[in-house]
Design a protein around this ligand. Structure first.
Ligand code: PLP
Length: 402
């Protein structure tokens, strides 16, 4: 009989969004006529930019012709044309990342979860709380010790390190899911100093970098001095270009990022990760990589910006509603997420139930992202404009009635 990896038994039984779906289904059964507006799951809704679809079709056509057909990709790290395009994109906002330091993947979730394969199980992992659940779950699966840095109302949901506490692996996400907060260059520099002091590695998730609007907020940790010695960065086209159903992202491991092995030798993390991927991952499909490369052309960037601007306007509408009602919130400016404090000190699941039953609007209870999310709530700006406006009208009525 096989032994189980019993660490899995320590995970929350149901993933957050399954719990939410169950509650919605129960509500729908009891209220079949209800007009539910969904602002919970952080999935995009606008179609993919035409220039990107054209590039994908062209890639498909090439697969149907003997001379241009592609089988396995040699490196498994992504075609040069795409790695060069990503490198150029990084340069456009001041980050020096070489094509060889970039590996193309099927979205950031896989790499966020799988990167832990190259680290030993005795590492202490530091996660900001609240956080995207993948960071915690993928480390719990290997039985690693997790410690938390508190993101809360006092620090504007931008947790900073405690230099008296040691960690080996640090997860940071900016713009943050779920809180929509961002780190400044100075704050990231402090995290980099903390990582250096602890010989730690930062895993930096920049999946929402395209939503940054304010000057001076880094779009990449590599915009900050010293980051290449300590940080891995993961990004994705899911939110940048509507690729949640296409699946393409990229991970950067700088050449200079090394960790000492127990025999004292310096081991390149890029090499170790390349070795891992070589055994367990066979790359991203050619047509999808063609589509991804089109995102970074002038026309591609122009077209994806239009979609992002649409979501940003939704975010502004939600944020303005919160301001008008005097509800405390973060996000909405450099992020598609608005993270607000539940009224009257309500718990976040309590407020979820209230919103669903009274105004048929669905959001995400903050508690699902960690203990500091209790009493807070996430709405996303990825929906339809009219529905967002309608949801905010209903929301105003609800808050005023309390
Ligand atoms: N990182 C963060 C913070 C996210 O919120 C998400 C998705 O919602 C991802 C990574 C993963 O995105 P994907 O796997 O679609 O690239």
């Amino acid at each position: 009989m096989p032994q189980l990896n019993e660490n899995f038994l320590k995970l929350e039984k149901n993933y957050l969004f399954i719990n939410i779906a169950k509650k919605i289904n129960a509500f729908k059964e009891a209220n079949p006529e209800a007009d539910i507006i969904r602002m919970g799951i952080g999935d995009v809704t606008l179609p993919i930019a035409p220039v990107v679809i054209e590039a994908m079709k062209k890639g498909c056509d090439e697969m149907g012709v003997k001379e241009t057909f592609k089988g396995y990709e040699d490196s498994g790290a992504g075609y040069d044309f795409l790695r060069e395009a990503v490198s150029g994109y990084y340069k456009s906002f001041g980050a020096d990342v070489a094509p060889e330091e970039i590996r193309i993947n099927d979205g950031a979730k896989s790499d966020c979860g799988n990167i832990v394969d190259i680290f030993g199980n005795d590492n202490i992992v530091l996660v900001t709380d609240p956080a995207y659940p993948v960071y915690v779950d993928s480390n719990l699966m290997n039985g690693r010790k997790i410690i938390y840095a508190d993101s809360n109302e006092e620090n504007g949901f931008a947790a900073m390190p405690d230099f008296g506490v040691h960690a080996d692996i640090i997860y940071l996400c900016s713009p943050n899911n779920p809180t929509g907060s961002v780190y400044t260059e100075e704050q990231l520099k402090i995290w980099i100093d903390y990582a250096k002091q602890n010989n730690a590695v930062i895993i930096y998730d920049s999946a929402y970098e395209a939503f940054i609007t304010e000057d001076g907020i880094p779009r990449s940790i590599y915009c900050v001095e010293g980051a290449k010695e300590v940080a891995i960065e993961m990004c994705s086209l899911s939110k940048t270009a509507g690729f949640t159903g296409m699946r393409c992202g990229y991970t950067v491991i700088p050449n200079e990022l090394t960790v000492k092995a127990s025999d004292g030798s310096d081991v390149s993390l890029a090499q170790l990760w390349g070795r891992r991927q070589g055994s367990k991952f066979n790359g991203v499909s050619y047509p999808v990589q063609c589509a991804a490369a089109a995102v970074f052309t002038d026309e591609g960037l122009k077209q994806i910006r239009e979609n992002i601007a649409y979501y940003q306007e939704n975010a502004r509408i939600i944020a303005d509603t919160m301001t008008e009602l005097g509800v405390k919130f973060t996000g909405g400016v450099n992020s598609p997420y608005i993270w607000f404090k539940c009224p009257n000190n309500m718990g976040s699941w309590e407020f979820f139930d209230l919103m669903l039953s009274r105004i048929a609007v669905v959001g995400t209870p903050g508690e699902g992202f960690g203990k500091n999310g209790e009493g807070w709530f996430r709405l996303t700006a990825f929906g339809d404009r009219q529905r967002t406006v309608e949801a905010m009208e209903r929301f105003k009525g609800l808050i005023k009635s309390l």
